[in-house]
Design a protein. Structure first.
Length: 375
């Protein structure tokens, strides 16, 4: 079995699983209690903050532990926008995750205006060529569907020059590519633990200036009074372990990228109509968004699953009426290509043998499905 949906959710790292099993023996306690057990847990929790800060090249006070990226997005947008006085203009890319798009739709109902950045045919968002200040701007570091890496450092410079706070969705980027919060010049960045080989339910919100952030969960004043609620200390410990392992083994991405590109080349040689979305742009080393026009993406996904290869599609389907995703539409991709995509996203330790097995399964599935009219 090959699990190739790491951009959706990663599998639990072996080291994390082993630590968790041992950790379940205790100690357990409230980190905010003043007794020795509480102090012990709190000390370990704060050590995790220091380690994560070092790994992400941030200061410890810039690390806010959350339940994941969606919470971080909501806190930044609602606390920084709805609760602060600023102009009611947002600047977003057209490839953002639905967690940001849904927040912006809510803010539009509250009277905010939204301007959108254009995307080229390779999925790279174009940096504005005008000067204009916004309440906040959002451009993700790497797209979850295509894997296309954005010019977020360049956009950070534009935002700084235009006095616009920059929120960057780094959920897919951190752990797959080297990252420095300080060098990035970002105002806000995020991480979800389940994307990096740890448990669901933990995350990090990186904040350049925590004084610009307001809580949306008040609780008992935890996280410098910026995120209330009893701390998920076991989740944070596991997340820290997973992040440390990824950062220390970042050199694996070079072999992963080479194996992926060779895999894509072989697929295109054997299936003439195959399309690699975003092929002309820099992409995450683990991600391939493959389209075989005429072969429905869900059909290929199901056929691959029957061969023990687990991938996903990036298109939303409702009542058997497939729709090309908003990301692909922003790239100008038509339905004949957009309805046929499957996303293959592997772990950092994936081998050439893994890619060869996926290749073999795709070719066999293609031979079956090309005889069937997809839509």
């Amino acid at each position: 079995m090959i699990y190739a949906d790491y951009n959706g959710t990663s599998r639990l790292k072996k080291s994390v699983k082993e630590y968790l099993i041992q950790r379940l023996d205790g100690p357990f306690g409230n980190p905010n209690a003043i007794h020795s057990i509480g102090n012990q847990i709190k000390a370990a929790y704060e050590e995790c903050r220091k380690i994560c800060a070092t790994l992400l090249d941030a200061d410890p006070h810039q690390v806010i532990f959350t339940s994941g990226s969606s919470e971080g997005i909501s806190q930044v947008f609602y606390s920084h926008i709805a609760l602060n006085k600023c102009n009611k203009r947002l600047l977003l890319s057209k490839i953002e995750h639905s967690a940001i798009n849904n927040v912006s739709k809510t803010l539009e109902k509250m009277g905010f205006e939204v301007d959108y950045l254009n995307t080229n045919s390779d999925g790279v968002v174009e940096i504005p060529n005008y000067n204009k200040s916004y309440c906040i701007a959002a451009l993700m570091a790497a797209n979850n569907e295509t894997g296309v890496i954005q010019n977020y450092n360049e956009f950070a410079i534009w935002c700084k020059e235009n006095d616009t706070p920059y929120f960057c969705d780094t959920t897919q980027y951190i752990g797959k590519m080297p990252f420095s919060f300080k060098k990035s010049e970002l105002d806000f960045a995020i991480l979800s633990s389940h994307k990096i080989g740890s448990l669901v339910g933990s995350g990090i919100l990186l904040v350049k200036d925590p004084e610009r952030l307001k809580p949306i969960i008040f609780g008992g004043g935890q996280e410098y009074a910026l995120r209330g609620g009893t701390q998920n200390y076991i989740g944070v410990e596991c997340m820290t372990l997973a992040l440390k392992e990824l950062v220390e083994n970042m050199d694996q991405v070079h072999a992963l990228k080479e194996n992926k590109l060779n895999f894509e080349k072989r697929i295109k040689e054997q299936i003439s109509e195959a399309v690699i979305i975003g092929e002309g742009a820099e992409r995450l080393p683990n991600t391939t968004l493959l389209s075989i026009p005429g072969i429905h993406g869900q059909g290929l996904q199901i056929e691959l699953e029957s061969r023990d290869i687990f991938v996903t599609t990036s298109s939303a389907c409702s009542d058997n009426e497939p729709e090309t995703s908003h990301v692909l539409k922003s790239m100008g991709i038509d339905d004949s290509v957009g309805r046929s995509v499957v996303r293959i996203s592997l772990e950092e330790s994936a081998t050439n043998e893994d890619f060869e097995k996926i290749e073999d399964a795709i070719l066999k599935s293609y031979q079956v499905l090309k005889k069937i009219k997809s839509y």
